[in-house]
Design a protein around this ligand. Structure first.
Ligand SMILES: *Cc1c(COP(=O)(O)O)cnc(C)c1O
Length: 953
């Protein structure tokens, strides 16, 4: 009989997270010739690296239990009203956007829109974001988000160096009025590139010709509103490019950077409805001139047409355009902040130009009234003009004033020993202004009268900086101002997209697994979402416990000794990891080590990162099996014993195989004085089975948005922690708000802190045994698919035992020759079956890489395999001449509902087109557009919302 104890202690979450049921597992194992999961993974993982001890993590907690443990941790965070500003402002996330977008799996489980036909909804939201940025900055082109304001500034610096006509200059000017965290990240990023960052007062700039570019902040970090026109002219006359970090809300009232000559505008869209979240994630923006668009970092959404001539959206520029340059890239960004950009864009859609202006004016008016009252109280407010931020010369009272504010649960900005900063935001009220007066008033002073000051105080914006140009006139920003309309707009867009809430997304290297509701729930808790990143540390004790515990669990999983959670994407983790290697070599007097070996099969971020970290890239060959050519590696290491800095290698390889030679590879590098960087994007195959920190890695980044359940959000957010062995720990990223202050790689000390609860929940609920089982099932699912499909499509690579790791590559190149059907045609045909295509042409052109993950059930795998097999039969029909070589369901895929009702002139039937298998009759995804014409979009680059007439027939 089942005991009461069993009834209580059974962890139901593990089976909720995992797809295959017990009976399925037995069948699947049988198809592979194994009688247990352990036997399968024993064979797949090379003996030399196998962990025999098991994962040292406690048993998993049930969902309710984990949530209540996390709630207790959250309760240790204290929610004060933060008037700290400095780039982070409280905001009201409109509740329909919170509920229908941020908390809606149709939005948060989508992948980056590389398959545009199934991504029209989020592409439209991103196009709205680009239009918002273009309009507010008055620059003609903007990308679909970057990681944070500080890294956007660093991207802009590298961008200016590439494009400036001051080719000889290696110096970049940064105004002392920039946010301090921006200056810190600039310093980190400049040093390996050999760029000298000169920080100073732009009003005293006497030799502009010395610089290839300059960064200004608008409004200044401490609140001043400077007119930069003359300065920009001087910089331009001296051939320097100008970057302006601008506050989007202020731009509704102020002359935009594009109108005073800026070449680039960057900044954060956080205050457009994205919670503070203790520093992130938030979307940064990047806008520039038309002429510079090809060098822009990140992704760019553009308008094109589909096969039927209808308007359709797609990525006009992918990060690949940078990555294709490999080591010549100026940017390594891959995952960006799509979900947050979409929140910000919907905030603008919901409020419209008048609503945004009203919010900005309210914040500004309250600030002006606050300033007037403070002056009445005898305080020295340093700005004549300000938008939302004031600096007070507080002199000897500084400490006392901070203490009084804290006693009233308010945080002020600690500028220095005799200045205090004060910023208001969308959530500020009359009552806050009065509480602030009470704090600053010396005892016995009468407080100012709000009502009389409110009528007597004029705006404090300089007339020469008032915005005169209109913005957001496009209908999309003017028609969804009622909640009903917005709700339906969000639903309509979501319905156009395929996300994990409809079907599996078998993208190799991307690990599109379950993002469980219990993991997602805590990110909306105010204790996590409403904390300012620079709040005094005693207020963030809960966060500290969360990050400590998460770091410890990630150390246990990876076999490393220390982790930094600061990098806000995998690319940034790579960067932090290589910087740690560089600093380590220097600390040992071996600063000349600058050679980074990278296998030919590496992800594009790897070489881009290496060059950003000041390393020279040397490519190592791969053999016909897709493995690193060990002799080539040895030869290159031996030839450069004094220059070798690092090897960057992905494990299991990007070819989806556990290379047997990994131990030897690591040994060769170490023998020649190098460090081993193991790209951890494929960690999902290893958790609990083997650990990079134990089989030879010195450092890895992890992608919490792959292995550890943070959803992809349609292209971000991500978290890319960097994990190191102890000898590299002293060189992990620091931050002004951490113990080690140097080497910040993100604006906030814990990067995208507010989504860390997702991974914490996953690790806590799965526990050591659950995580190990997840890896085993990821391997089982991939091998099951490989076995089912191998008779139809050749599997490109497998290990010596004929098995793959957690993903498999189908080789479609022979089919192209025999039938003319391309990997693209197969990818688009899968849409007719309701599937998202696997990863296309990475790491090998003309192939599909399939990664099912452990979360997919056997039923779903079978449905996918049936579609792939059916498609193979269609290809056979083309080969045999039973289907026309041009007019066939593959070349014309995907098929829309609209084309069915017109004249049907094809050589195949409507049924063949849209219901190739009968199960689709009851569960059909209808793509909103047909195959998109990329060449047309390239010829006619349109990257903002086109006028509405363009959509009318
Ligand atoms: C996803 C991935 C990266 C980049 O990670 P981001 O989080 O997208 O920046 C790097 N290497 C490999 C092998 C990857 O799959």
């Amino acid at each position: 009989m089942t005991t009461l104890h069993d009834l209580y202690t059974r962890n139901e979450f593990i089976d909720r997270h995992l797809g295959p049921r017990e009976a399925d597992i037995a069948v699947m194992l049988d198809s592979l010739g194994f009688d247990s999961l352990d036997a399968l993974t024993d064979r797949v993982i090379p003996t030399s690296i196998k962990d025999t001890l098991g994962l040292e993590l406690p048993e998993g907690l049930g969902e309710a239990e984990a949530l209540s443990e996390l709630k207790a941790i959250a309760a240790r965070n204290q929610l004060f009203t933060s008037c700290i500003g400095q780039g982070y402002y409280a905001t009201h996330t409109p509740t329909p956007i919170l509920r229908n977008l941020l908390e809606n799996p149709a939005w948060y489980t989508a992948y980056t829109p590389y398959q545009p036909e199934i991504s029209q909804g989020r592409l439209e939201a991103l196009l709205n974001f680009q239009t918002l940025i273009i309009d507010l900055t008055a620059l003609p082109i903007a990308n679909a988000s970057l990681l944070d304001e500080a890294t956007a500034a660093a991207e802009a610096m590298a961008f200016c160096r590439r494009l400036s006509k001051n080719k000889a200059s290696q110096a970049f000017f940064a105004s002392q009025h920039c946010h301090p965290q921006t200056l810190d990240v600039l310093r980190t990023r400049a040093e390996p590139l050999g760029i000298e960052v000169v920080i100073g007062d732009e009003q005293q700039l006497d030799d502009p010709g010395r610089y290839f570019g300059a960064l200004l902040q608008y409004p200044a970090s401490t609140g001043e509103l400077f007119d930069y026109r003359a300065l920009v002219e001087r910089l331009h006359a001296a051939q320097a490019l100008v970057v302006v970090a601008a506050d989007l809300l202020a731009l509704t009232l102020l002359t935009p950077p594009g109108e005073f000559g800026a070449d680039v505008a960057i900044g954060s869209a956080q205050r457009f409805g994205v919670p503070l979240g203790f520093g992130g994630p938030h979307a940064a923006y990047f806008a520039t001139r038309e002429a510079f668009k090809r060098d822009m970092p990140g992704r760019l959404v553009g308008v094109s047409v589909d096969r039927h001539g209808q308007p359709a959206l797609r990525l006009a520029m992918q990060t690949r355009e940078q990555h294709i340059r490999r080591e010549k890239a100026t940017s390594n960004i891959c995952t960006a902040q799509v979900l947050l950009a979409n929140i910000a864009s919907m905030y603008a859609v919901y409020h419209g130009p008048q609503g945004l202006t009203r919010i900005a004016l309210r914040v500004h008016r309250l600030t002006a009234i606050l300033a007037a009252g403070l002056r009445q109280l005898g305080l020295d407010v340093q700005q004549e003009y300000a938008f939302d931020t004031l600096t007070l010369a507080s002199g000897a009272r500084t400490r006392e004033l901070h203490a009084r504010a804290r006693a009233a649960s308010i945080n002020l900005r600690e500028i220095n020993d005799d200045q205090i900063g004060l910023s208001l935001d969308e959530t500020s009220t009359q009552s806050l202004v009065e509480r602030l007066w009470a704090i600053f008033a010396e005892d016995q002073k009468t407080l100012p009268n709000f009502a009389s000051l409110a009528t007597a105080t004029p705006d404090a914006l300089p007339s020469e900086l008032l915005r005169t140009s209109r913005f957001l006139e496009h209908p999309v920003f003017n028609r969804y101002h009622s909640e009903t309309e917005l709700m339906r707009y969000l639903r309509r867009l979501a319905d156009r997209d395929l996300a994990l809430d409809r079907s599996m997304i078998p993208l190799g290297s991307c690990t599109m697994k379950l993002n469980a509701a219990s993991e997602m729930l805590p990110i909306s808790w105010p204790e996590f979402s409403q904390l300012h990143p620079f709040a005094p540390s005693e207020q963030s004790q809960g966060y500290r416990q969360l990050t400590d515990e998460l770091e410890a669990m990630l150390c246990a999983v990876t076999g490393y000794d220390a982790v930094s959670l600061q990098p806000n994407a995998g690319s940034q983790g790579e960067y932090a990891g290589l910087l740690a290697i560089r600093a380590y070599h220097r600390s040992r007097g071996e600063g000349q080590r600058d050679l980074c070996l990278i296998p030919a099969s590496a992800h594009g971020t790897n070489p881009a990162t290496a060059s950003m970290a000041g390393m020279r890239v040397m490519v190592v060959a791969c053999d016909a099996q897709g493995n690193v050519d060990i002799e080539d590696l040895r030869a290159k290491a031996e030839a450069h014993p004094d220059q070798l800095a690092a090897l960057m290698i992905t494990y299991p390889s990007t070819h989806g195989v556990f290379e047997e030679g990994i131990g030897e590879i690591c040994r060769i590098i170490h023998e020649h004085g190098g460090q081993v960087y193991i790209d951890g994007a494929n960690l999902n195959a290893m958790v609990g089975l083997c650990a990079p920190g134990r089989f030879g890695g010195d450092v890895s980044h992890l992608n919490l948005h792959k292995t550890f359940c943070i959803p992809h959000g349609g292209g971000g957010p991500g978290v890319g922690p960097v994990a190191v062995k102890s000898h590299l720990a002293p060189f992990l990223p620091g931050h002004a708000h951490l113990e080690r202050q140097e080497g910040a790689v993100s604006a906030a000390p814990y990067g995208s802190a507010s989504i860390l609860p997702i991974s914490w929940m996953y690790l806590k609920m799965m526990g050591g045994a659950g995580l190990t089982r997840a890896s085993q099932l990821a391997i089982l699912n991939a091998n099951y698919i490989a076995r089912r499909l191998e008779a139809h499509y050749p599997i490109l690579y497998s290990g010596s035992h004929g098995l793959v790791a957690h993903e498999c590559i189908l080789d479609l190149r022979p089919l192209k020759d025999s039938s003319g059907i391309s990997v693209d045609d197969v990818a688009k045909r899968l849409v007719d079956f309701g599937f998202h295509a696997p990863t296309m042409s990475f790491p090998v052109a003309g192939t599909l890489m399939i990664e099912p993950t452990e979360s997919e059930s056997k039923e779903e795998l079978d449905r996918f395999c049936a579609a792939m097999i059916h498609i193979r039969q269609e290809i056979k029909a083309v080969e045999k001449g039973d289907l026309d070589p041009e007019d066939n369901p593959l070349k014309n895929a995907p098929h829309t509902a609209a084309e069915l009702v017109g004249d049907w002139t094809h050589f195949y039937s409507r049924e063949q087109a849209v219901y190739p298998v009968t199960s689709l009759v009851n569960n059909k995804y209808w793509p909103p557009v047909g195959r998109i014409d990329n060449a047309y979009g390239d010829r006619n680059l349109v990257c903002a919302c086109p006028p509405m007439e363009a959509y009318e027939d």
